[in-house]
Design a protein around this ligand. Structure first.
Ligand code: NI
Length: 176
């Protein structure tokens, strides 16, 4: 079921979400199914459970080729629950971000360039990945949602924050 996506200004987006304690349940499966349907409907690269008003530490992400990020490599469809992120470098990389909860806008955000993330899938199986580039950026963006952080809070240079259609005339559109 496609669920409404909360937009910036909704206080639920500023909450710290709770860890998942029970895996492999119909409720968790239904949540994840809804999240993928909602993300695909909105043509997004990722989605966090609090964006549909569920304050649990669940994020999904993954995409093949995105019109909006033509240089981004593919990322496999991933369910990441109770994530832990460990930076593998102190180097920061700047890159453009958008968010389905902040429609119509884009901003440049500095993020850790390389990191290890670990967590659980829907069945409760633990896994770990080391990633860099856009994959690392998406994970950081989505996991920020679990702590009530929206990307505009991380923008440092407000000359690189604005409306997509003004920043990128003729842009393909889409909001995340
Ligand atoms: Ni977002």
């Amino acid at each position: 079921m496609i669920r409404p996506i909360l937009r910036m200004g909704d206080p639920r987006l500023l909450q710290v979400s709770q860890p998942v304690t029970e895996f492999n349940t119909p409720e968790l499966e239904a949540l994840i199914t809804d999240m993928f349907e909602t993300m695909h409907d909105a043509d997004g690269a990722g989605l966090a459970a609090p964006q549909i008003g569920v304050l649990l530490r669940v994020v999904i992400f993954g995409f093949e080729k995105l019109d909006r990020y033509p240089d981004a490599p593919e990322v496999p469809p991933t369910v990441l629950i109770n994530p832990v992120l460990e930076p593998l470098t102190t180097d920061l990389e700047e890159g453009w971000e958008g968010c389905l909860s902040v429609p119509g806008l884009r901003g440049v955000v500095p993020r850790v360039a390389r990191l290890r993330y670990s967590g659980f899938d829907a069945q409760g199986t633990a896994f770990t990945r080391e990633v860099d580039g856009f994959h690392a950026r998406v994970v950081q963006h989505e996991c920020d949602h679990l702590d009530g952080i929206l990307y505009p809070m991380r923008v440092k240079d407000f000359s690189k924050f604005g409306y997509t259609e003004v920043l990128f005339p003729g842009h393909a559109g889409g909001d995340d």
